[in-house]
Design a protein around this ligand. Structure first.
Ligand code: NAP
Length: 251
């Protein structure tokens, strides 16, 4: 596949929530482009399996279980990348959950839990990674937000709040970290074919598809390719932005 294989040669990347779905696709694409990858997930067994699958494809990967809401575990995750591969050059804050319900039915716990995983988790990851990246004077952080954070989805007051919050986090941390040559950007995926969308009522999914100008659901690789761009030097003068990968939905 030629030169483009070398975009991340010598770089080490951590992808949270990468046992499956979009995170696994991102870990795979980054590794195919030369990165050594830490596959991390709250599902420890899933992370082990995913890392073993990548290694079986001749790619460089290790598994490190981590719940992104656990401050000490996130600090240890960043350190584990540095000790396994000698650096931490790329962090993708991808771990996520949904707890959809309309407000009368949503518990405070469901609201807080979603904020905690997406927003607090991304903040903890950013802080831990930046501690290492600032000494290297190099780093790229990619936050996986959602088009739900731009448009506001019915039944997702928790999720849309968390995903919009991640845009504020992206911009504020991009501003703080630029002087250390650390770039921070976000991706807002539209509907992507994963377990998360498989769990949606079919008629709700169809309604979404009807509103995608490009006329199809997204694939995890569509997000992974955008993450590769933001993680690599192809985007070396880009920081604080949000890339919508949504087939034109909510443009
Ligand atoms: P997914 O298939 O459910 O994968 C998410 C992964 O994150 C799972 O392996 C999950 O583990 C893990 N996770 C959950 N809580 C965690 C925690 N506290 N710490 C570490 N890992 C945790 O979902 P996906 O569709 O690939 O979504 C990935 C990201 O893209 C999420 O941030 C999501 O919000 C975002 N996104 C997805 C879509 C879409 O259409 N799919 C659209 C826009 C944005 P368990 O399975 O054990 O919970």
């Amino acid at each position: 596949m030629g030169m483009e294989m070398n975009l991340l040669d010598g770089r080490a990347a951590v992808v949270t929530g990468s046992a499956q779905g979009i995170g696994l696709a991102i870990a795979t694409v980054l590794a195919r482009h030369g990165a050594s990858v830490v596959v991390s997930d709250v599902n420890a067994e899933g992370a082990e399996q995913a890392a073993a699958d990548l290694e079986a494809q001749g790619l460089k990967a290790v598994a490190v279980p981590c719940d992104v809401t656990d401050e000490a575990a996130v600090e240890a995750l960043a350190d584990a990348c540095k000790s396994a591969f000698g650096s931490l050059d790329v962090l993708v804050n991808n771990a996520g959950i949904t707890r959809d319900a309309t407000m009368p039915k949503m518990t405070l716990e469901d609201f807080k839990k979603v904020l905690d995983v997406h927003l607090t988790g991304a903040w903890l990851g950013t802080r831990a990674a930046a501690r290492i990246m600032r000494e290297q004077r190099r780093g790229a952080i990619v936050n996986i937000s959602s088009i739900s954070g731009k448009a506001g989805n019915f039944g997702q007051t928790n999720y849309s709040s968390a995903k919009a919050g991640m845009i504020g986090l992206t911009k504020a941390s991009a501003r703080e970290l630029a002087r250390h040559q650390i770039r921070v950007n976000a991706i807002q995926p539209g509907p992507i074919r994963t377990a998360m969308t498989a769990a949606m009522p079919p008629e709700a999914l169809q309604k979404m598809l009807d509103n995608i100008p490009l006329g199809r659901i997204g694939e995890p690789e569509d997000i992974a390719n955008a993450a590769l761009f933001l993680a690599s030097d192809l985007s070396s003068f880009i920081t604080g932005i949000t890339v919508e990968v949504a087939g034109g939905r909510h443009m």
